[in-house]
Design a protein around this ligand. Structure first.
Ligand code: ADP
Length: 406
């Protein structure tokens, strides 16, 4: 079974074609600057991680997603270098969709109703949902007869109990405007929970863990018996931890204060908090590698503060979730750019938690590897795991599940 995964953004489109029997990647790529009159780029990689690996860069104008995906199809089915002969070999296309809104609780086969759901959630995901829908509509046109499955990034959080997803605001207003905690990185958290349970040889329904997706955007997931019971992001990805350019949770009264004092518009405050804050706002850098360098080699106080605040915000949420689970936690699962690579942040987050049973093995923490691994002492409970996330594979697995359930 071959499954294509598409992640259409407003001016980009990522794709990956999986051979599901061994979960191998046949090819993958990215089209960027779609709609840019000066031209865009398509980078296509054949059979990554094998000796057949080959990269093709095409510098072309891609006026819209249709032209871009048509070019991808040409590469995939090329008689010489293509990885399939006929598009009909693709059993299903899995689409990443950011937001399912109030009512969409599960991944779904694409039909008019699903498309309508995606449309209705445009105000909740104004940058992503329209582009995700475009990707679906283009796929329907260019891959006739191949079913499409929408995999919602919010699906993971939709199972949270009411007391976790409700904001203490007037409830009529929340219902009217679909205001609730949704949570994001759902596909990644789902993947990590499944891999974590498999790694620890536990049944999903008996598996409690805290998933730490720490990248440029970061969120924590609190998982009891294999299901999400809380998550750090909220109505939008702005809530929660200090992130690369997002401020995370702050006193909401700062918003009207900024509007009153600086005459800022709502849009300007939104941009300030999403794009100019977080690590960037604290020290002028977003990448932890730069921040460690500034802090450790140049003794830069702003960089030290940014790092300390990032670690502290992760630790506070981790502590809250640990308590929600009554301390009965099988695994703490680190993932994404920072979670997988940054031993300093991991150590900072877990420092001083021996009294709770969390014992990091510093030697293992300092080993660099792309493998799934445990980095805690044998008697640590919970175990501390590093699991490289794989959102595309999770979308492919979910699409297969939805197709098989038909
Ligand atoms: P995104 O949210 O954009 O998907 P990623 O999960 O790719 O982000 O994470 C990107 C971030 O990961 C970078 O901004 C950087 O802070 C961090 N990162 C990546 N590699 C390393 C590394 N080797 N050491 C420390 N941090 C790293």
């Amino acid at each position: 079974m071959k499954i294509l995964v598409l992640n259409a953004g407003s001016s980009s489109c990522k794709y990956k074609l999986f051979q599901m029997e061994d979960q191998s990647v046949l090819c993958s790529g990215l089209v960027e600057r779609i709609g840019d009159p000066n031209g865009g780029t398509l980078s296509h990689k054949i059979a990554p991680d094998t000796d057949k690996e080959e990269k093709i860069f095409l510098e072309n104008p891609y006026p819209d997603h249709s032209v871009a995906i048509l070019q991808v199809i040409k590469l995939i089915t090329d008689p010489e270098k293509g990885v399939i002969k006929d598009l009909k070999e693709i059993s299903v296309i899995g689409h990443r969709v950011l937001h399912g809104g109030f009512y969409q609780t599960a991944p779904a086969l694409v039909d008019e109703k699903t498309k309508d759901t995606i449309r209705k959630a445009f105000p909740l995901g104004p940058l992503h949902n329209p582009a995700n829908l475009t990707g679906i509509e283009v796929a329907e046109k260019l891959f006739p007869g191949v079913p499409n499955v929408a995999v919602f990034d919010t699906a993971f959080g939709m199972k949270m109990p009411r007391e976790a997803y409700t904001y203490a605001l007037p409830q009529d207003l929340c219902r009217e405007l679909q205001i609730r905690r949704y949570g994001f990185h759902g596909t990644s958290h789902t993947y990590l929970v499944h891999r974590g349970a498999a790694f620890m040889k536990k049944d999903l329904k008996d598996f409690n863990c805290i998933t730490l997706h720490l990248g440029n955007g970061s969120s924590l997931g609190c998982v009891k018996n294999g299901e999400c019971i809380d998550t750090s992001m909220g109505l939008t990805p702005l809530e929660g931890l200090v992130m690369g350019t997002r401020c995370g949770s702050i006193d909401p009264a700062i918003v009207p204060y900024l509007i009153e004092q600086k005459g800022m518009t709502a849009q300007e405050v939104d941009t300030l908090m999403n794009k100019k804050s977080g690590l960037l706002g604290l020290c002028g850098k977003t990448d932890m590698r730069d921040i460690h360098k500034l802090a450790d080699e140049e003794n830069n106080e702003d960089a030290k503060l940014a790092r300390t605040m990032l670690i502290r915000s992760i630790k506070k949420t981790l502590g809250a979730f640990f308590f929600l689970l009554g301390g009965k936690v099988d695994a703490l699962i680190f993932s994404a750019g920072i979670g997988e690579n940054d031993n300093i942040v991991r150590k900072g987050v877990l420092d001083g938690l021996e009294g709770l049973g969390i014992k990091l093995d510093e030697k293992l923490n300092n080993v660099r590897s792309g493998e799934e691994r445990c980095i805690s002492m044998p008697d640590s409970k919970p175990c501390v795991l590093i699991l490289p996330t794989n959102e595309e594979l999770q979308i492919a697995l979910t699409a297969a599940e939805v197709l098989n359930a038909q």
